[in-house]
Design a protein around this ligand. Structure first.
Ligand SMILES: Cc1cc2nc3c(=O)[nH]c(=O)nc-3n(C[C@H](O)[C@H](O)[C@H](O)COP(=O)(O)OP(=O)(O)OC[C@H]3O[C@@H](n4cnc5c(N)ncnc54)[C@H](O)[C@@H]3O)c2cc1C
Length: 569
């Protein structure tokens, strides 16, 4: 069973769960209409299902390799990425002024979901390029834009982001890569970066690295960091390719999953670079790139969850073990209550994670002109990143369980989803760091964006009582419990907040899930497959929020009460 892009699910979510019509009606996207969006989703769905998904297993079995200093990519990847570029998918979010499609982020998020479900390793390539294009659009000088943007948008060149160093992972401010002024407007970059996704390949004409480095007069920590464009091949003034830059791939990492994505150790040896944004303002520029990248990584979790659910469902229908408790002759294991429970959990959480990601996309699209929506988007980003990738990982693990022993055997592909999904909760800011961002920076507004979301949920649940009283009351109550939890979090000193950040983030996502499932059930008139899934979620999965929020009052004290010695047996 190969992956099929779930185009109808995006349509349903756009129409009934998130306010996508507001995006289409907004000034920012006056050129985009509903029919175009549907055609785009269908086209992307075909590419994901028919061209990209068939490469997933081959990429896993034939990892990218370093051969004579150049990364040799997995079979078929170059051709498929050529088709991704030709279709305009790399530049789908870029401004039409730079040759892009100028699509709403919400649509781009759905497309990235499909690409990730089809082949996560391959999908990282366009994702890195999209992030770089966005950073350049916002922060680069006109000269840099003129040289780099057309080539990046067309897909002739590709982009990477270089933050991580051996001593600087979550703590980006600890980086040691140096930048020196050359006196001619360019800079010399020296240092080593590790874990660089798609740091090289054997098909694009140029690889453009965005590198964080510190100038001699840069302050210690994140404040003194600058961002540089450091290309593999230095472009001439007319945009043609000139001499090779002094940088190279030292080695490729051997990883648990995403074998088709080359993860490179990069060495910059006085490489020529050009400043992006202002000196010492690199983190600000990088944050532009990281925000959308976080949403992009969030939907990687959704994509994997979708693919794992599809595979498990197909397997459970075909695999026969014992008699059907429902009396269906020759029925598969799907008739066993526990298997049906696992599949329903997978489907219910995939829907929640997808809805959260698309709601975040809508808020960020509307947030271009509406400050409250911008605040909502910022609040939802860590939830969309952390919850969705946790779900990708959990659903993929459950998918292995549904397959029984065959899930542990590589041939079915269920195990690959579990291995591939694991990284998504680590890179682009670990999920722990995301949760700290949620309870720290994202509550700096006194909880305004969070309370506004809770108000919206309660208003909807109140109105839904007339149609689905039990479900609506359960959702209303969950929002109220979360409100109390939020009020408690706001009273805590910061490190106590950090001690409860992860359960708080998950509780928030659980309640959002109740809201989105209730909306789905109401859209269906309270009777149908989505309503039955909503009932399953609200009765069985939503109550998790209570146990999670019970931890909120504890702060961090009981955690620190355990000394390192206590943890040693
Ligand atoms: C396959 C892969 C691809 C990657 N691609 C890229 C890329 O393209 N570009 C790039 O720059 N980087 C990339 N990375 C790096 C990735 O973003 C980092 O691995 C990640 O940010 C975590 O940093 P670290 O590995 O140093 O872990 P650490 O920072 O050492 O974290 C270890 C643990 O400690 C926790 N922790 C750390 N600090 C704190 C804190 N202050 N409070 C609470 N908990 C904390 C973390 O949550 C984590 O659980 C990639 C990594 C991998 C494995």
């Amino acid at each position: 069973m190969t992956y099929r892009a779930p185009v109808s699910d995006y349509q349903f979510i756009f129409d009934h769960i998130v306010d996508f019509s507001a995006v289409l009606n907004s000034e920012s996207f006056s050129d985009v209409d509903q029919d175009t969006v549907l055609a785009i989703l269908e086209e992307a769905g075909k590419l994901a299902s028919d061209v990209i998904a068939p490469l997933d297993r081959g990429g896993d079995l034939n990892p990218a390799q370093l051969v004579d200093g150049v990364v040799k990519t997995s079979p078929g990847f170059a051709d498929a990425l050529g088709q991704v570029a030709e279709g305009g998918w790399i530049g789908m979010l870029a401004s039409p002024d730079n040759g892009g499609m100028g699509l709403p982020l919400t649509v781009g998020t759905a497309v990235n979901d499909m690409m990730s479900g089809a082949c996560l390793a391959l999908s990282l390539y366009p994702l890195m390029c999209q992030g770089q294009i966005e950073a350049l659009e916002h922060h680069a000088s006109d000269d840099l834009k003129a040289v780099y943007l057309p080539k990046l948008v067309s897909g002739e060149w590709c982009g990477t982001m270089n933050l991580t160093e051996p001593g600087a992972g979550s703590d980006v401010g600890a980086l040691r890569t140096k930048a020196e002024r050359n006196g001619d407007g360019s800079y010399s970059i020296t240092g080593q970066k590790i874990f660089i996704t798609w740091g090289d390949n054997d098909f694009s004409e140029n690889v453009c690295h965005l590198v964080l480095a510190r100038l001699p007069d840069g302050a210690p920590g994140t404040k003194g960091i600058s961002l540089f464009m450091v290309p593999k091949v230095i472009p001439n003034e007319d945009g043609s390719l000139g001499e090779k830059n002094s940088l190279h791939v030292v080695s490729l990492e051997h990883k648990l999953g995403i074998h088709g994505s080359p993860t490179c150790v990069m060495e910059y040896d006085g490489a020529k670079g050009w400043l992006v944004g202002e000196e010492h303002q690199g983190m600000k520029c990088m944050f532009t790139m990281m925000n959308n990248a976080r949403l992009g990584v969030g939907v990687q979790g959704v994509g994997i969850a979708e693919a794992a659910t599809q595979k498990a469902l197909a397997y459970a229908q075909g695999r026969v073990q014992g008699k059907s408790p429902l009396g269906n002759e020759g029925a598969g294991i799907i008739d066993h209550a526990d298997v049906r429970r696992m599949l329903a959990t997978m489907r219910a959480d995939t829907f929640v994670a997808r809805s959260i990601a698309l709601a975040c996309g809508v808020a960020l699209d509307l947030g271009r002109t509406v400050p409250e929506q911008q605040a909502r988007g910022a609040f939802l980003i860590p939830i969309a990143k952390a919850f969705s990738t946790d779900i990708g990982h959990e659903v993929a693990q459950t998918g292995v369980q549904v397959h029984g022993g065959m899930g542990y055997i590589e041939e079915t592909g269920a195990a690959q989803y579990a291995r591939d999904a694991r990284i998504t909760s680590i890179y682009e800011g670990t999920n722990g760091i995301q949760a700290m961002d949620l309870v720290g920076r994202k509550l700096m507004d006194g909880g305004e964006a969070a309370f506004a979301l809770l108000d919206e949920i309660e208003t909807f649940a109140e109105a839904a009582r007339a149609t689905l009283p039990k479900r609506a009351i359960a959702v209303w109550n969950s929002a109220e419990t979360l409100r109390e939890g939020l009020e408690t979090v706001l009273t805590l000193p910061m490190n106590d907040r950090f001690g409860v950040a992860v359960p708080f983030l998950r509780a928030f996502a659980r309640v959002l899930g109740g809201y989105f499932h209730l909306k789905a059930a109401i859209a269906e008139g309270g009777d149908g497959p989505r309503s039955r899934l909503a009932a399953f979620y609200i009765k069985r999965m939503l109550p998790e929020h209570r146990a999670l929020l019970a931890q909120v009052r504890l702060g961090a004290q009981d955690i620190y009460a355990l000394s390192p010695e206590d943890l040693t047996v």
